[in-house]
Design a protein around this ligand. Sequence first.
Ligand code: AGP
Length: 616
Amino acid sequence: MCGIAGYLGFREAYPIVINGLQRLEYRGYDSAGIVLVNENKLTIHKTKGKVSDLKELVINKNTEANLALGHTRWATHGIPNDINSHPHVSNSGNLVIVHNGIIENYNTLKKELLTRGYTFQSETDTEVLVNLIEEVKTRKNCKLGKAVQLALKSVVGAYAIAVVDVNATDEVIVARLGSPIAIGIGANNSEFFVASDASPFIEYTKDAVYLEDGELAIIKKEEDIVIRKINDDSIVEPDIQELQLNLEQIEKGGYDHFMLKEIHEQPNAILDTYRGRLLADQDIIKMGSVDNNIAKFLNAKRIIIVACGTSWHAGLVAEYLFEDLARIPVEVEYASEFRYRNPIINKDDVVIAISQSGETADTLAAIKLAKSHGAFVFGVCNVVGSSIARETDTGAYTHAGPEIGVASTKAFTTQITVLTLIALKLGNLKGELSNSQFHKYIQEMSLIPSKVAETLKVNAIVEEIAAIYKDAPNCLYLGRGYNFPVALEGALKLKEISYIHAEGYPAAEMKHGPIALIDESMPVVVIATKKGHYDKVVSNIQEIKSRKGKIIAVVTEGDTIVKDLADHTIEIPFSEEAFTPLLATIPLQLLSYHIAVMRGCNVDQPRNLAKSVTVE
Ligand code: AGP
């Protein structure tokens, strides 16, 4: 949940690391810090607040250094303040560390170190770790790499760390378990970059190594990096990958916020996600990871979907897709509940884990649990090389590109795109979908990117509606069938970026309670598309109207009935019911966005949230 960035080489390290932290700020932004290592001297600047506050702090200070480590924090142990922010230094002042993750047994380790005379400035688990490393280094009289390795053997928890010794300023040690770390390699080992993801160094090098769980890397100037397994010290051949990322992708592209940019990127993101998979001219859906395991899918007694937040909502849409199109029973589980619920998992179950970041701790744990019961686990992830992508047996990437805004948008629609392709393929192979039905769906799916682009044209109307309801204290979202999960997702978007309390409900469920909330001050967003229990939704709208609720209806273009009933209508293109989530979610994303902007909220970095939740 924090961001780490570091540089060792010939360039000025400060600007590289500070820019890197700015790009990683979506990972956590309650305090920031940097250590500059120059002529065997550590100079630390750290502060509560954002990277911009850190830059303020360093103005007019000497930042000369070719080695630096930086950190942007999402507090877990110790409140956000200057002392608890990273980097942390060992008692001797020789070792310095930045850390992303949680050391669960830090209290036990701390007690032991206290008995050995160590003292602690902060409340953090990280300061305990750097002193543990120091203790091992002193007692074993060994090199830093060995000391880090030995120290980590007694650590329980998750970590991505970078450590430097002031007496060895041509070396950085990095290690990971559970939290991601990437190493960027400059030409001829002339320089090295370490970071939580590749965004801080993509303009400097395209060669990157993603450390695996339980690995440690020794990075020395002008030498090949050495990777060792922490447990058995065995050497690992570095897997240098060529980065596909480009700078433009991670800049705002002229939009005011990453979230708005990412909402408008959805037509291309969906296209990129089914590129090479949906061959509409041949009526074929080709997905290697599904094709190679088709028997597992076709013989699955049950599909269990595990995920969190927005990804869980995509899972709920998939439940409708798999049961409706492929007649496979599905259970959708909150990963955080599933991992502790002692669930029944059978060997012939297929478990699908959905995660944008690929780093969500609860989802990762749910995967490990399912694998330990012998289930086949298929991942749907957006971040290439992420922990979940590596932990699952196989999977399919959504090609949404980097999603920087904390509120997930294009990841949601591309997750649904992948799951729709799988459901259609299985439905046809199982004979649940005739070839003509399959053909119809494939042709319709190939039109979705242009229909999403068409739907994005409602932006101005939605902005007008947002201006009317921006001060509403509450909001209800209603949908039926495939659109029930979309109602949940719409409510989540409004909650997480505008801080307005909102709830999503199956439209019919309203009469069993929530209807009591309805009066002239309650805006109710209703998804009333033509395909999907339309008549029933119309009567739900009349029930709201008769209680003076303010109705914002998402309807199929050309709708006249709801138009006469609702206070505001947002028209979207016609689509098959199974595809309406891909269209109906767009106006809801835009509504939450505009309301949040009008309320002056930090849309890309909403309070109390982080982009990937790597602790439970
Ligand atoms: C959604 O906007 C939120 N950022 C959050 O609910 C998110 O979907 C959840 O934390 C799951 O993240 P993941 O997809 O990266 O696993």
